[in-house]
Design a protein around this ligand. Structure first.
Ligand SMILES: Nc1ncnc2c1ncn2[C@@H]1O[C@H](COP(=O)(O)OP(=O)(O)OP(=O)(O)O)[C@@H](O)[C@H]1O
Ligand SMILES: [Mg+2]
Length: 227
């Protein structure tokens, strides 16, 4: 469902170019639970941002359901992203002035899929129950713990029923109990809704939950493991 071919990404740094990715190729299947592992600076965030269509490669291609995304106009890429991909950022990126309910609802309001207010409310309430935040819907993000904010961010990523959820270190800011809860929730949605998850993590315990592990080193794939 996602094919990555020969992905390279260089960033200018003064007169030099930093190679963040140097020729990454991958096949990710529908329903995969993929861990992207590797030391700091190995290219995890760069790779996931490119797969998630929020960044573009210097060369190489990303195909989603056979569609070569590199040749698309910006508007078309945005549409594919909004309709297919949910994002969980390491720093949550919840909007501080909105309540938990409003934060989770926002991608549905923005998406071009037509939904009624009642449909949106049902989906948001279902997800808030699912992530254990049913009683926090009127709170502002600043009134939540880190684990609760991360769970709100996951509900937000799922609200449009994306085929793919990309989560950059979804447990990095959490203690181990909350980290396990967040992962268990992702795994449950992976099983029940068939959603493909691609997440990065430094935590070897969490790699073990994945059915496909991609180890990055210096912008390349060091090894891959499937089961
Ligand atoms: N905007 C940028 N400008 C210049 N260099 C960048 C930029 N973003 C990333 N890099 C460089 O690209 C390389 C890969 O960075 P990336 O953020 O993908 O690593 P990472 O594996 O996600 O690391 P971490 O585990 O610390 O999050 C690093 O050497 C980094 O310095
Ligand atoms: Mg990173």
């Amino acid at each position: 469902m996602i094919t990555v071919r020969g992905l390279r990404k260089s960033y200018p740094m003064g007169k030099l170019l930093v190679d963040a990715l140097q020729g990454v190729s991958l096949e990710l299947a529908r329903g995969d639970f993929v861990a992207v592992a590797g030391p700091s600076g190995s290219g995890k965030t760069t790779l996931m941002n490119i797969i998630g269509l929020i960044d573009t490669p210097s060369s190489g291609s990303v195909l989603i359901d056979g569609v070569e995304t590199g040749g698309l106009r910006r508007r078309e890429r945005t549409r594919i992203r909004q309709e297919n991909i949910g994002f969980v950022f390491q720093s949550f990126n919840l909007l501080p002035v909105l309540t938990v309910f409003e934060n989770v609802e926002l991608p549905l309001t923005i998406a071009q899929k037509r939904t009624t207010r009642a449909e949106r409310r049902d989906r948001v309430e279902f997800l808030l129950e699912e992530v254990g935040l049913g009683d926090r819907r009127r709170h502002k993000p600043s009134e939540l713990s880190g684990g609760q904010q991360q769970r709100a961010a996951i509900a937000r990523a799922l609200v449009t029923m994306p085929k793919i959820v990309i989560a950059d270190e979804p447990t990095a800011n959490l203690d181990s109990a909350n980290g396990e809860r967040v992962l268990a929730l992702m795994k449950k949605i992976n099983r029940e809704e068939g959603t493909t998850f691609i997440f990065s993590t430094h935590d070897p315990d969490i790699w073990e939950m994945a059915n496909h592990i991609v180890f990055l080193k210096d912008g390349g794939i060091e090894s891959e493991r499937r089961r």
